[in-house]
Design a protein around this ligand. Structure first.
Ligand code: DPM
Length: 360
């Protein structure tokens, strides 16, 4: 039992490899990590999974809007340090929290089937039965997402928008126990994973609010050189989700946007076609550039050889078990759509939004 791997002798005398999974300490992060752990356990009954919990900058700074902290890998840095030091082998994230480029040495080895990617309205109990359309004028909606605020300000000008921070538990508590917010906006996927689906009073469709790049999908981050672990987690890839998310991430990357810019997307796979709608907004939503493009992502059987030296990576995702021509097409779709919007002035809209946000 040589090498960098840790092994354990089980009660029955059998020796199993130990796979350590790093997670943030928040309840959502734990639930997400546990769900990937149980998938892995089903697929590989012989591996011994260990869960290592740690806090990140994003968990520690609770009073500042995410978009203002300015730390790029807010929720990921401590976990990546642990990966690098071989203290953990796998880290589970919400894909939307992972930057479009990862530091050297890391890659996304799996993207799991996407949950509902849309945003949801959670009402203060006193407003039960109402919707964003008929809440009283000047009702305060809590969100610190520039993307949500920009789209909803334009669509519902009679409402007011204010920041709300903290993990999901904190936010729901702030909503229910105080009278500061009439409603808050959260990702439906997070609410569902927490078992709070019953708090969703309205799902926002694309005409109201398009979602964030990668929203609703879980991602497994691993060491790029760790071929064993990469191969092990690659079976978790959900091909349609991977193609959609690669196009979304390529769109964001080409725009040079991060997690703190008002950029939104909507994707669909229909047959062999991948459709991507992408948009950029000014902070008040008044300026908006939006377009839709599509490409063919027919899954051929030419999957890239995993034994080859140079493993292709698409916006930090390694997916050797998915047709490389489909991955290339998805990535190109995102870049092409971004270039269309950049030609119409997207850069100016985003630069102004960033400056105004920093000055607040
Ligand atoms: C990112 C944003 C937010 C999270 C920005 C955005 C929401 C921040 C806020 C990049 N990450 O969406 O425009 O409301 O102040 C986050 C959540 C989930 C992953 C929670 C949520 C769970 C759902 C998922 C925070 N990251 O958005 O309600 O897996 O997509």
């Amino acid at each position: 039992m040589e090498g960098p791997f840790k092994y354990i002798r089980e009660g029955n005398g059998k020796v199993s490899r130990v796979i350590r999974m790093g997670t943030r300490k928040s309840q959502l992060a734990r639930i997400q990590t546990d769900s990937v752990a149980s998938r892995l356990k089903e697929l590989y009954p012989d591996v011994h999974l260990e869960i290592v919990a740690m806090s990140t900058i994003g968990d520690k700074i609770l009073d500042t809007a995410l978009s203002k902290i300015g730390e790029k890998s807010l929720f990921t840095k401590e976990l990546e340090n642990a990966l690098e030091r071989n203290e953990v082998d796998i880290v589970v994230h919400s894909l939307k929290d992972l930057p479009t480029s990862l530091p050297t040495g890391f890659t996304i080895g799996a993207i799991l089937q996407r949950e509902n990617p849309h945003d949801a309205v959670v009402l203060h109990p006193k407003n039960a039965g109402l919707t964003l359309d008929n809440l009283p004028e000047k009702s305060v909606i809590g969100t610190s997402s520039l993307r949500r605020a920009a789209q909803l300000k334009k669509r519902f000008p009679q409402l007011e928008f204010e920041n709300i921070r903290g993990n999901l538990n904190t936010r729901l508590k702030k909503l229910d126990e105080k009278d500061d917010y009439a409603a808050i906006i959260l990702a439906a996927a997070g609410l569902k994973r927490m078992g709070w689906e019953n708090r969703i009073s309205q799902i926002l469709g694309p005409e109201d609010c398009m979602y964030a790049v990668g929203q609703g999908a879980l991602a497994v981050e691993v060491r790029a050189q760790d071929r064993d672990i990469l191969e092990m987690v690659s079976v978790l890839h959900h091909p349609d989700t991977v193609l959609r998310c690669i196009s979304e991430r390529a769109f964001l990357k080409q725009l040079e946007g991060g997690c703190s810019v008002p950029v939104a997307v909507h994707t669909e796979v229909k047959g062999s076609m991948l459709y991507l709608t992408g948009a950029v907004y000014s902070l008040d939503g008044a300026d908006c550039l939006k377009d839709t493009m599509q490409t063919c992502v027919e899954i051929d059987n030419k999957v890239s050889e995993s034994a080859q030296e140079c493993v292709p990576v698409h916006v930090a995702v390694t997916a050797n078990n998915i047709s490389s021509s489909a991955l290339d097409a998805a990535e190109k779709l995102g870049m092409d759509l971004a270039n269309v919007l950049l030609n119409k002035g997207a850069k100016d809209i985003l630069t102004t939004a960033r400056k105004l946000n920093d000055a607040r």
